[in-house]
Design a protein around this ligand. Sequence first.
Ligand code: SAH
Length: 232
Amino acid sequence: MSNVDEHELDKFSQIAHKWWDLESEFKPLHEINPLRLAFIDQHAAIAGKTVLDVGCGGGILAESMAHKNATVTGIDLAKKSLKIAQLHALETGVTVNYRCVEVETLAAEAPASFDVVTCMEMLEHVPDPQSVVRACAQLVRPGGWVFFSTLNRNAKAYLLAVVGAEYVLNMLPKGTHEYARFLKPSELSRMARNAGLGIETLAGMSYNPLTRVYTLGDDTSVNYLIACRRLD
Ligand code: SAH
């Protein structure tokens, strides 16, 4: 496998049993999920559509999209996380097709086969994010929607996502995030354009540590979402 950091996959495998524990390291992903689900659905109206979730982990987003009547495939390379995702889908009685396959491999196997592709909080864990963005663009049909979310790279994001979340609040295990892999919105937009995607919307997800509430808005300084469409 080429575009994989085994150390990153190990980190997720070690805590895979906690994916659905709302008080665990994955709490922030559970808390932002309704915001990103609404953002995706507002743009792409996913009911009845085929959706691919890249780097699906335990299936937090994948399941929620299936609950909105999308036909969802989730892919990841951490086998333990996929097992947990499958068990949880059985438990909740929702259907998601989980597969352990590299996104670049799937893009070569089944190009243009999804109406919507989502890739959330994953690009900051891979050696070559441009390659993942390109594969996502190849997997969506012409005119289809592709969504990414990741962490911005600046002093504030470093302080909040690394120092604050990992060292002060202990919300995340130390070493969860590698600052050098964070992407500025301009960098991610350029990768998307290079892959033949047009940028439709950029939105920020901010966390208020006092109220402990996440909101969607214009502040892209830490965590942000980007909605793109395949142009050709
Ligand atoms: N997208 C999910 C999980 C984010 S955590 C959500 O937002 O809820 C990051 C995920 O990316 C982990 O599940 C990890 O196993 C996965 N990942 C890391 N490198 C990957 C790679 N090269 N290919 C596929 N998945 C990868």
